[in-house]
Ligand binder design. Structure first.
Ligand code: FCB
Length: 446
């Protein structure tokens, strides 16, 4: 039986500026923390950087034409803050705005809906030098930047995402140190969490003041944490991971408070003294939609030797992606249902979902990524089940449009629906892209 999606369901693909644009030194762009991090020896696989990436900055028209060829109705992209404000605040670089204006016009001329993310991890390096996300002032600078971008593009872009995955910015960037700025300091990760959320809240105020009556949201990466047994210690460990990865962000955004168990858990590290009067009300200002990125299920076991969360995530089972994730579509359904029941009735979008596999061009010049088709198929079905359970899910964006600079894993991991031969920049739509085109055309799964 075919599973039909509602009319108007928004199918799309997603990318982020530093992962695809290249042109890192062009047209007045300032440095971001990712330029500095990637150019630091030992931080990224093979020493890869985003200097060239997919060169989308120079290949914009061709990449937009390919979206049309693949029948993609919506494109989620991010704006590079250091292209717009090279020093993070103050002077505006018109050439940066012009690039995104061309991008948006190019999408609209092709009948493709733009979804814009203001911050996908590329903080201007100048702001990092004064503390980055551990500095409260960064939130205010973000709001100024949001105003500038909205004034330039607000008349043409219907979807505005303030931040992409603040958990990753805060914890992968400041505690694990695997991402820029590469810190390993738990107290800093907590301060960064709050200032990112505050930046979101002040950014929402700025967007509303600039005229955004609708179309304002944020994207969170939510993980599905399940205990490995009913042993109370394992259950508590799974709760702690859920608290850190999900509730530390969902609770302030939708209930204007930090979760009590997390405040208690972090008390030895931080008294949350960075929270000032009025901050939580700012953070919890009403939104028009919520974006959810889903990649991971965690089977959690208590681990008293783990210094941060007392938890061990067990290795996934079943067929794995090339980054070592499993395929756990039930988690997507569960999270969508939970968010809509426990947190908010606003429309939800899956703003990222996808997987990396060992893709290659075969002797017939094709990329037959049947694993990706299987992965997307079961995740689309999970989204469909969530719809059937009453979730107001409005769209689904596959990560990613193109193979690209996969952060600390460089060009070694391929998430694209389109293969890129990086040396020549040749684009080769994978079999999954052709399959996705049919799903979109039918607005249904077979
Ligand atoms: C998400 C990021 C995105 C990409 C995918 C694989 O966490 O938002 O940029 O790296 O993972």
């Amino acid at each position: 039986m075919a599973e039909h999606f509602p009319a108007g369901f928004l199918w799309g693909v997603a990318t982020a500026a530093y992962q695809v644009e290249g042109a890192a030194r062009e047209d007045g762009r300032g440095l971001s923390i990712w330029d500095v991090f990637a150019h630091t020896p030992g931080k990224v696989t093979h020493g890869d950087t985003g200097d060239i990436a997919c060169d989308q900055y120079h290949r914009l028209e061709a990449d937009l034409d390919l979206l049309v060829e693949l029948g993609i109705p919506a494109y989620r992209f991010s704006v590079a803050w250091p292209r717009i404000m090279p020093a993070g605040h103050g002077a505006v670089n018109q050439r940066g705005l012009d690039y995104y204006s061309r991008l948006v016009d190019g999408l609209l001329a092709r009948n493709i809906t733009p979804m814009l993310t203001l911050y996908h991890w590329d903080l201007p390096q100048a702001l990092q030098e004064v503390g980055g996300w551990t500095n409260r002032a960064t939130a205010g600078y973000f709001a100024d930047y949001a105003t500038v971008v909205y004034r330039a593009l607000g008349d043409r872009v219907p979807f505005w995402i303030t931040l992409n995955e603040p958990w990753c910015s805060a914890f992968v960037g400041h505690l694990e140190g695997r991402h820029a700025p590469g810190w390993q300091d738990e107290a800093a990760a907590l301060a960064a969490t709050h200032h990112l959320l505050l930046a979101h809240g002040q950014g929402v105020q700025a967007l509303r003041a600039a005229g955004a009556a609708e179309g304002v949201g944020i994207t969170l990466n939510l993980a599905w944490n399940v205990p490995t047994s009913d042993d109370p210690a394992d259950v508590a460990a799974a709760q702690r991971l859920d608290g850190n990865q999900n509730r530390l962000f969902l609770d302030p955004l939708f209930h204007a408070r930090y979760p009590a168990d997390m405040l208690a858990h972090y008390a030895p590290v931080s008294d949350f003294g960075f929270v000032q009067a009025g901050d939580l009300a700012t953070i919890a200002a009403p939104l028009d939609f919520l974006g959810i990125n889903y990649y991971e299920k965690h089977v959690v076991q208590a681990d008293p030797t783990d210094p941060t969360r007392g938890a061990l995530v067990l290795p996934p089972t079943g067929p794995l992606t090339s980054v070592g994730n499993g395929s756990d579509p039930d988690g997507l359904r569960e999270l969508l249902v939970r968010v809509s029941q426990d947190y908010t009735p606003i429309p939800l979008y899956v703003t990222e979902s996808g997987a990396a596999f060992y893709d290659y061009v075969n002797p017939t010049d094709r990329v037959t990524d049947t694993e990706r088709i299987a992965y997307l198929d079961v995740h689309f079905r999970a989204a469909h089940q969530a719809l059937a359970q009453g979730v107001d899910l409005r769209g689904y964006f596959v990560w990613s449009y193109l193979d690209n600079f996969e952060w600390a894993m460089g060009y070694a991991q391929r998430y694209g629906l389109v293969f890129i031969e990086f040396g020549t920049q040749r684009r080769i739509p994978k079999q999954s892209a052709l399959w996705y085109r049919q799903v979109i055309q039918r607005n249904a799964l077979e």
